[in-house]
Design a protein around this ligand. Sequence first.
Ligand code: AMP
Length: 606
Amino acid sequence: MTNTKTHEDLSCSVDLNMSEVLTSKQKSIPKKTSQPQKESEDKAITNSEEFTQGQQEEGFNGFGFSDALLKTLKDKGYNEPSPIQKAAIPELMLGRDLVGQAQTGTGKTAAFALPILERLNGGCRLPQVLVLAPTRELAMQVADSFRAYAAGHPHFKFLAIYGGADFRSQINSLRRGIDVIVGTPGRVMDHMRQGTLNTSELRCLVLDEADEMLRMGFIDDVEWILEQLPEERQMVLFSATMPSEVRRLSKRFLNQPAEITIKAQEKEARLIKQKYIVLQNSYKTEALKRVLEAVTGEGVIIFARTKAITLTLAEVLETSGHDVAVLNGDVPQNQRERTVERLRSGGINILVATDVAARGLDVDRIELVINYDMPFDSEAYVHRIGRTGRAGRKGEAILFVSPRERRFVHNLERAVGQQIEEMSIPNNEVINQSRVERLRNRLIQAAKIQRDNSKETEVLQGLLQQVSEELEISQDQLALAAINLAIGSAPLLVQGNEDWLKPASHKNRRDDRSISRRRNERDTNYPEDHMERFRVEVGRKDRIKPGNLVGAIANESGLQGRKIGRIQIFDCYSLVDLPKGMPKDVFEDLKKVKVLNKELQIHRIN
Ligand code: AMP
């Protein structure tokens, strides 16, 4: 397909070869005005059906993509655009602004990255595109996606910039020339303020996971950034939910955006079988081992609340013979990448992770997610279970809840629009069935394998003959002996006490409620058990808001916003509860962080 230059909306030179779909829509392209129009809600609603009707060609062929990009997509095994891609790509290729309501896992990264790539100008040294993402994990992942999709255009440069990473090397990369920046708001703002990120040539801005940025307290930073950018630019906003703040931002900064809603959450969720088990905390580890034995599946992620729990669980599982790795905030970045790669290739089968480390994790072979600890909120739950059922595959999610947490299951059901079924801890019978089934599969596999070396086969057959003659035993007895050899001396069938497996009783719920009431009463005076209290030297007189603290701490420490506990703001200082066990270097970095131009000078208090 040869491309012709027909549209100059985004970059200095734009390559497009549009199909009939585009021609029919061209009339609706808004002329870019410097004053965004107010009534952005009356905008053309785009949906995938409308697009499919107009699109005659198969797969990605109808979008006017270059041959190089089509080849890259083919190599990556992308045969059909996902619904959000079908709906968004034509609009973005036209240079329209777009607001999309979609979750991760729907293919939204490619939905914006592909058209952006096709419209990049090869000659510019200054950044043409800025993508803002709430976390460094997501920023890195989006930058990686851009790199992968740009395989046919190796001259384009991409950079992820985020807090907690070396400033100098980011400045050096920026100086060498970057086409697409993907960054977290705080660090992007720092670079803009210092003049190390020149946005004068910026033609396109993407806000990814806008609701998450809002929740992490970044919205003021985002607004500041938007105010500094050239007015003539394309803007794309993606958000899983549309809280009023995000709507307001969209109305203020987007110009007659196409609106797309992909109800992926429900659709995706339906592919994921969701269950919960009510149990006392003290039985969780034992229950986890049983679930892993009974629920067979490729690739498992276990979510735990703290780094310490991830380590303990990994140890316990390793002792039980599982291949396990840990992903938490303490694991250095390069090791994280290696771990994800091993999970992807099947080198390890179980990953025990905290939320922040596993955010955006994209491994297709995950078939089971276990929420060992209750997620912080329903959004975290949706993100966690979204690690399975990827790219249209089926998956299963199991949530452990204490009797006290049981009532929150209903909130989660509302969030996913689907019932979450109660299940019991697998009993001996279920586990034994599963063990026998696994053994059967191993036997079938072994029976199908032909040894490459026929000489070896002869030797083995001779050996069998010899043993059966020597002991005067039948072929069946000999086969049993071989199985014994394969499974080892540990018992094949479990027979342990099953009394504790009974569902946690209702009586406990009442007891738990009074404990929880007492806890709430003392809450303000003491941090929760798994938290530590810190003092920061900024307070009401500095006009500090909780969102500023959450944003600054999350950005610099890599800690997820939702992991930051109670924040109490006083006149001259504030108190912040953070999960126990903050690494020393992160703590040192945090001391120097500035909020509203004042150093936090964070320190622990007893
Ligand atoms: P995202 O929603 O951007 O996190 O993407 C979810 C997953 O879907 C990623 O693994 C993508 O590589 C994959 N993906 C995106 N678009 C397609 C497509 N059209 N065909 C197959 N896989 C895709």
